[in-house]
Structures are given as structure tokens and as C-alpha cells.
Write a new protein. Structure first.
Length: 255
């Protein structure tokens, strides 16, 4: 099946096969954040147009998925899942109410998820390495980039050790530089943490809007207590195999 990703990356994917379960069920790959990279290496059969990733295609057309944006990676993954199992995806998350905790069973149509193209300035930044720039409310310039496949390994360590910080750190990881802030990850982290919550939210939404891709925030409702919230689509075992049900943790969608 031909897949055209938000950045314009275009290629051919095959369906998931039984042999792919050795990747899907490999706990070490899951813990290390390398599972999606290995799975994409397995199912992506041909690159017809590298889009902005021309510098990351090896001889023979093999794409370096570590350098591909997460928006493109998840787009390819969702399209492969739809091709293999169809668009209907059933998953389960626990109710967040402390007095309830009832499992919420939810079904989503993957084919109906909103999807945006990557902005041209983000495409140009990936191609040239000259990252995008915007301005904070105090007038300082801030440079940023998309979240990439190689960042998933770094975020996997955050998820293991400090899961409550995962969303914030995924945002910080995109920030390349802030005017008047020393060029050091720790200083950039401090500067981002000092932003007003409203400004940080606007900046995160702006960057994610330029990245494009699927909106994987899904509304779920507990039938027992009526609590309704937005969670991020879980990519558990049930996403890859109909023989298993995805048991997602209650990850709140940002924004």
C-alpha cells in the first residue's frame, strides 16, 4: 500500500505479519523506545519520495527512521494498521476518578482521525537544518524543531523514571534555543519551566500544528460515573494484533 506522510514522505508499506510479533512483544524494545523504529524498518518496503529526508536515505533506499518526525512515523504506523486490520480499533483505559477506576472500553475509527499536512517551514527546517523561529510575548526569539524518532529513546527513559514529566519533556525536547538563554539543555529546561502556563500551551500548540500529523487525542466516557476526558490513543499490543486488546494507561492529552 502507498503511504503519503504529512511531510510529503511517500513510500510503500506492507501489512503486519505474524513474524512481526517478535518485534511487537519484545519488552526490551518497548522499554528502550526503539519498538516503533524497528517495526517501521520491517514494514516499510520502498521509499518513492523522501520528502524532506533526502539526506537520511542510504544506498538501496533504506530510510533512517530515527531522523524522521514522529508525526510521519505515527502516520505510517496508523496507515499500516488500517491496511492490516481495518480502521476500527478497540482499547481500554481506566477511569481517572479515584472512587471509580472502572475500565473504559472505547472504539475509535482510525480512518476518521483528523490529520494535518506538515507546514512548509517545518519541512524546510528538516531539509536544511535551519530550524523554525517564533517570538515569545516578551519579544525574545525561540528556535524549535519537530520531535524525531531518535527522541523516542530519550523520552522512554523519562517515561520509566519520571512518567509525570513525559508531556513536558516532549515539549522541551523540541526547543533548540531561546534568546538570552545559555545554549545548555538544563538552562533551556529552566527557561521553559519559567514560562506562563498559557504561553507554554500556545507555543506547544503552535509547534505541533506546524508538525502536522494525526490528532491522537480521543474523548472517552466512563459509563459508571459519567466522567469524560481526552486521552492519547494507546499503541498497545491490541493496536498491532486483533488477538490482543490494548490496555492503555490514562495518559491525558496535552493542550
Amino acid at each position: 500500500m502507498e503511504v503519503i506522510c504529512p511531510s510529503g514522505l511517500r513510500g510503500e508499506v506492507r501489512r503486519f505479519k505474524v513474524r512481526d510479533e517478535r518485534i511487537i512483544t519484545d519488552a526490551r524494545l518497548g522499554r528502550s523506545g526503539r519498538l516503533i523504529t524497528e517495526l517501521l524498518n520491517a514494514v516499510w518496503e520502498r521509499t518513492d519520495d523522501p520528502g524532506p529526508y533526502g539526506g537520511h536515505v542510504a544506498a538501496g533506499g533504506k530510510l533512517n527512521w530515527a531522523k524522521v518526525s514522529c508525526a510521519d512515523r505515527y502516520h505510517a504506523l496508523i496507515q499500516t494498521r488500517i491496511t492490516t486490520h481495518g480502521p476500527e480499533y478497540e482499547f481500554q483505559v481506566p477511569c481517572r476518578e479515584s472512587g471509580c477506576q472502572t475500565p473504559i472500553l472505547h472504539t475509535v475509527d482510525l480512518g476518521a482521525l483528523p490529520c494535518r499536512a506538515m507546514a512548509e517551514e517545518m519541512r524546510a527546517g528538516i531539509s536544511s537544518g535551519e530550524w523554525c523561529t517564533t517570538t515569545l510575548t516578551d519579544g525574545r526569539a525561540i528556535r524549535f524543531r519537530p520531535l524525531l524518532g531518535e527522541d523516542e529513546q530519550w523520552l522512554a527513559a523519562i517515561e520509566r523514571d519520571r512518567p509525570h514529566e513525559t508531556t513536558t519533556m516532549a515539549f522541551v525536547r523540541r526547543i533548540v534555543a531561546i534568546e538570552s538563554v545559555p545554549d545548555h539543555p538544563g538552562k533551556i529546561l529552566e527557561a521553559v519551566q519559567d514560562l506562563d502556563e498559557s504561553e507554554a500551551g500556545r507555543l506547544r500548540d503552535y509547534i505541533e500544528g506546524l508538525e502536522g500529523g494525526y490528532d491522537t487525542g480521543v474523548m472517552v466516557t466512563c459509563e459508571r460515573c459519567g466522567d469524560t476526558r481526552q486521552v492519547l490513543l494507546p499503541f498497545g499490543l491490541g493496536f498491532f494484533s486483533r488477538r490482543k486488546r490494548s490496555l492503555g494507561h490514562a495518559t491525558e492529552a496535552s493542550g
